[in-house]
Design a protein around this ligand. Structure first.
Ligand SMILES: Nc1ncnc2c1ncn2[C@@H]1O[C@H](COP(=O)(O)OP(=O)(O)OC[C@H]2O[C@@H]([n+]3cccc(C(=O)O)c3)[C@H](O)[C@@H]2O)[C@@H](O)[C@H]1O
Ligand SMILES: Nc1ncnc2c1ncn2[C@@H]1O[C@H](COP(=O)(O)OP(=O)(O)OP(=O)(O)O)[C@@H](O)[C@H]1O
Ligand SMILES: NC(=O)CC[C@H](N)C(=O)O
Length: 660
């Protein structure tokens, strides 16, 4: 039997997009003579519909749209499994509908709901009770729903829907299914991306196929579906512990279909030792996920591009590279023309202009073709090409980045030449539009007003934080204005370490509508930039990679650095991880640190732990106010996705006092 999984880039309640992708996958499956096709979890409505799953109309519309999917399923020999919510007696179930030759055979329902990390399924869905079935009615028709198995071309199959497979052996459906004679387990998933998670999923699928001696077919969603969470579109087909198919993750395509053939007449030996996956390259994974997430966000928000306040520091530089990589990877996979069309923000004239130039061979236009890692697709240098004035001497990727990314350096008397040059060199390297303006006048305007009102001078001695914050805040209005004028999304550059301790000015450097790296810790940001300079070939990162992170908000002679204000970043990350990922108490965190760092002064470690928890508690309100952020690491601090904490609390007063 030819089995296929298709990863789909869906959007909540974008019926047109979702149906088009589903029907396209079915068409591709027909063309490839696939006999059983698995589509991802809840792909008809989108997985991220949130409280809409509690609305009757959503499931009613999904059932209506299902009739359109049904009409695409015209092959007598092909089964299609499509995910949608079904509402019965005021309860919503998360199901996979099985269709063959326009006939609905039934709805398999999810038994275990994902309720950890970024998943809140029990808020929307009810678990299906194993061993039970019921009936779905639609017009004159009735279909079975529940704990079902199916038969197709002599093969018996059943379902684990995403989280079902992540439960222990004594709970998960797999052993009960195999006891009922199932030879094939189909798993439609919506499994969020996190660095290295592919390894976990691979082990899960391979081991299930080995332990239950079945064929296992797994298909995940693809892309930034609803704003925060990205899916990597993983497809896995395995049999008796052996991998038959695994695809390239994080595709820019809407539909990524892969298939493999399984001869169910033969029973191959069981592979006891699972061949391990090569260790995932987290820097590369992060790059792909970040850039795809930005691309999908841009087009799904129907925006024209991005605006970025580029300080030349690590965070803003990483965001700039994220946009440049969105272009590079998108063009690499789709080609310039399809990339531009899919982005949805380029005019037909511009598409023609850019792609005609890109298509010209080097010899025809004097262009220099550079064959490096792919950062420079092609360098057009011939001025006679009548390219727009801004396009001369830019590579294709730079030309496109220039259309999507506008940056501004906004210096003060406290800014250094180093950061200015770092910002300028990176902007030039990626091709972004770059402005440079000062903000001292505005700062003076505001401080002067308050000095007049209070009848005294504001000084660094008496008003340190206030004088820092006004600089960060004064950068916000002009960059917002630019974003509005350009119909662009304003990127805010907060990282996870800064979010942990509120090391940011609210309505200042947090201003923006999208916060791409708020889930990534600062130590990782810095390592990633070193990797990107070399591996992705961005020489414009050379300067930032030689700088210590600094807010540049105090006078230069103060030599302000983040780590002097706070503590070393690796230590901050360690405390954060122990405290909120491993969920230890302050006392346990301190004793763990003392074990791990016996050479560090015990009193100093205690001060850092106290500082961390004090700043953490004081700044929950800031975490509540960050712009939507991407989930990229295995956890994050976003109260709307991974981590909840009270805005007002005792702030660990007792616990910190008790530290020895
Ligand atoms: N629970 C709560 N709910 C609501 N508001 C609360 C609050 N607790 C304090 N507040 C209010 O918060 C305000 C203070 O917050 P905010 O004005 O944001 O500023 P604040 O947190 O006082 O200071 C900002 C910190 O971030 C650092 N920073 C700023 C900008 C850029 C960078 C950089 O790395 O580039 C670093 C800066 O060095 C400083 O340490 C006060 O008005 C206070 O009343
Ligand atoms: N001189 C500046 N010009 C433009 N934007 C700035 C400037 N200084 C700060 N910003 C904005 O404020 C943000 C926060 O500054 P922060 O210092 O936390 O990050 P960074 O400068 O990117 O990195 P690092 O902390 O490693 O120096 C910057 O990312 C940038 O968006
Ligand atoms: N949609 C789901 O059930 C996802 C849950 C599962 N733990 C995962 O992360 O893949």
């Amino acid at each position: 039997m030819r089995l296929a999984g298709a990863a789909l880039n869906q959007t909540p309640i974008d019926w047109h997009n979702n149906l088009r992708n589903i029907c396209e996958a079915i068409q591709q499956a027909k063309d490839a003579q696939v006999e059983l096709l698995c589509l991802p979890e809840l792909c008809l409505t989108g997985y991220g519909c949130e409280d809409l799953f509690l609305h009757d109309w959503l499931s009613e519309t999904a059932l209506e749209k299902l009739q359109q999917v049904r009409r695409c399923c015209t092959e007598p020999n092909m089964v299609v499994c499509v995910g949608l919510p079904v509402r019965l007696n005021g309860r919503t179930y998360n199901t996979a509908c099985v269709i063959r030759n326009q006939e609905i055979l039934g709805f398999a329902a999810k038994q275990f709901l994902a309720n950890d990390g970024v998943h809140y399924e029990p808020r929307f869905f009810n678990s299906w009770i194993a061993g039970t079935t019921a009936t779905v009615e639609f017009g004159e028709e009735q279909w079975p729903i529940g704990d079902l198995t199916f038969e197709h071309l002599g093969v018996t199959f059943g379902f684990e829907i995403c989280e079902d497979a992540w439960r222990p052996a004594e709970d998960r459906p797999a052993p009960r299914l195999t006891a009922r004679g199932v030879q094939l387990i189909v798993n439609p998933s919506a499994s969020h991306f996190a660095m290295s998670k592919t390894d976990v999923r691979y082990q899960l699928v391979l081991k299930a196929s080995r332990d239950y001696q079945v064929t296992y077919l797994y298909a995940n969603l693809l892309g930034n579906e609803a704003g925060r969470i990205t899916y990597d579109g993983e497809i896995l087909i395995a049999r008796n512990g052996e991998l038959l198919k695994r695809n390239q993750l994080l595709s820019y395509k809407d539909v990524d279909l892969e298939y493999a053939d399984v001869d169910f007449q033969q029973e191959p030996l069981v592979t006891e030792d699972i061949v391990p996956l090569p260790v995932p390259d987290e820097y590369r994974e992060l790059n792909q996920a970040l850039s795809l997430a930005l691309f999908d966000y841009l087009r799904k928000a129907r925006s024209k591009g991005f605006v970025l306040s580029l300080s030349g520091g690590a965070d803003s530089c990483m965001c700039a590279v994220g946009v440049a990589e969105l272009v590079r990877l998108g063009v690499l996979e789709l080609g310039a023309e399809d990339f531009m069309r899919k982005a949805g923000c380029f005019s037909e004239e511009d598409i023609q202009h850019v792609t005609v130039h890109a298509a010209l061979p080097a010899s025809a236009n004097g262009a220099e073709v550079v064959t490096d890692a792919g950062n420079r697709a092609q360098v057009v240098t011939d001025e006679d090409l009548q390219a727009g004035p801004t396009d001369a001497n830019l590579t294709l990727n730079q030309q496109l980045t220039r259309r999507l990314l506008t940056c501004a350096y906004q210096g003060t008397v406290n800014s250094s030449d180093d950061t200015y040059l770092s910002a300028k060199e990176l902007a030039d390297n990626v091709g972004a539009v770059f402005f440079n303006w000062g903000i001292d006048e505005e700062v003076k305007g505001y401080t002067g007003k308050i000095e007049h009102a209070l009848g005294r001078e504001l000084t660094w001695k008496t008003d340190d934080l206030a004088l820092q914050n006004i600089q960060a805040r004064v950068r916000a209005p002009s960059i917002w204005l630019l974003a509005n004028v350009l119909n662009s999304l304003l990127i805010t550059t907060s990282n996870r370490s800064e979010a942990a301790v509120g090391y940011c000015t609210m309505d200042g450097d947090t201003a923006g509508s999208i916060s791409p790296i708020a889930g990534v810790d600062k130590a990782f940001v810095k390592q990633w930039l070193v990797w990107a300079e070399k591996e992705l070939d961005y020489p414009g990162l050379r300067r930032v990679n030689s700088l210590a992170p600094t807010a540049e908000l105090r006078p230069l002679e103060d030599k302000q650095t983040d780590e002097r204000d706070l503590m070393p970043y690796p230590l901050l990350n360690r405390i954060e991880r122990l405290a909120f990922y491993e969920r230890l108490s302050p006392k346990q965190v301190l004793s763990r640190l003392r074990e791990e760092m016996p050479d560090t002064d015990r009193g100093q470690l205690k001060t850092y732990v106290q500082r961390f928890y004090t700043l953490w508690s004081r700044n929950q309100w800031k975490r509540e106010r960050y712009a939507p952020s991407f989930h990229l690491d295995d956890y994050n601090l976003d109260p709307r996705s991974w981590l909840r904490f009270p805005i007002l609390s005792g702030g660990f007063g007792q616990e910190l006092q008790d530290l020895a």
